[in-house]
Design a protein around this ligand. Structure first.
Ligand code: THU
Length: 135
């Protein structure tokens, strides 16, 4: 599955749609993520905050966990939508890196404008990976 212009637009649209479902009463920073699998499916997630701030779940990890729970582990790209095209946090980079450093990360704003595009390899140099457990 290559990231065609059409798929990319679909991914961006779905990230912004799910962003509207974010539960973020504390930060008021809504995040939506849409994750494309090599099989062509799209899994989405939004951030879900909590009065005990530390148990908040990010949008990207929510999308990854949803995909993995459906038996999907091969990912092409993830679109992350915020009002300003913000950057994925370190924990989400680490979780995504488990499934491949070639995953494309598209940061988009609430108008669907592509603000930044990187691979996981760019975003998390020297990622701790399963091979590190063996050495
Ligand atoms: N957040 C995400 O959903 N993804 C990120 O990569 C960065 C941060 C959420 C967590 C929290 O609900 C809000 O954004 C502010 O940090």
């Amino acid at each position: 599955m290559t990231l065609t212009e059409e798929k990319q637009q679909d991914l961006i649209k779905k990230a912004n749609q799910v962003r509207l479902k974010a539960y973020a009463p504390y930060s008021n920073y809504q995040v939506g993520a849409a994750l494309l699998t090599t099989s062509g499916k799209i899994f989405t997630g939004a951030n879900v905050e909590n009065a005990a701030y530390g148990v908040t779940m990010c949008a990207e990890r929510s999308a990854v966990f949803s995909a993995v729970s459906a038996g999907e582990r091969d990912f092409v790209a993830i679109a992350v939508a915020t009002h300003n095209g913000g950057s994925p946090c370190g924990s989400c980079r680490q979780v995504l890196s488990e499934f491949g450093l070639d995953i494309n990360v598209l940061q988009v704003d609430d108008q669907g404008k592509l603000i930044q595009q990187n691979t996981l390899r760019d975003l998390l140099p020297g990622a701790f990976q399963s091979k590190d457990l063996l050495e």
